[in-house]
Structure formats: C-alpha cells, structure tokens
Ligand binder design. Sequence first.
Ligand code: ZN
Length: 91
Amino acid sequence: MAMEYRNLMEDIVLQNLDRVIGQEGGCTCDACKSDVVAFALNHLEPHYVATRQGRLMVKLQSYELQSRADVVAAISEAAIMVAKNPRHGRE
Ligand SMILES: [Zn+2]
C-alpha cells in the first residue's frame, strides 16, 4: 500500500474558493485563483491527516465546520491582495 496523507486545509480552501473570491469581486482566472490559494494556504495552519479515502470525507467535514471562518477570512484577504496586483496578462 502506498503512503497516503493529505492536507485537509487545502481541500477546505478549494471548496470555499470560488464563492469567497466572488464575494470579494476578485478575478477567477487560473493565475489569480492559484495566487489566492497559495497566499491563503501560507496564512493558515496546515492540517495533515494520514487516512484512506472513506475516512477522509468524515474528517474533512468535521474539520471544515471548525475551521471555515478562518479559511473564509484568509481567502478574502488573499483575494483582495491579488486583485490589487493581479498576475494575469503578465506571464
Ligand atoms: Zn486574473
């Protein structure tokens, strides 16, 4: 069996990403979304779990309930920052 581990924080950021960027009026192109994800994840504590797929969803749901407010705040901050200095069109 392969080693299996995952940062649940990453899943939670991705689940909330489009909605929060939309609320902030941020750009949703792939370059800007990638920047928002990277910025948000750097400002959130990672939450790694070693688990198989079935158990993962249970852990993910309970962890999302605990951490959603922090995640939304980090994505909002990231979306505002990226919107001020967008990377699209510069690469
Ligand atoms: Zn963009």
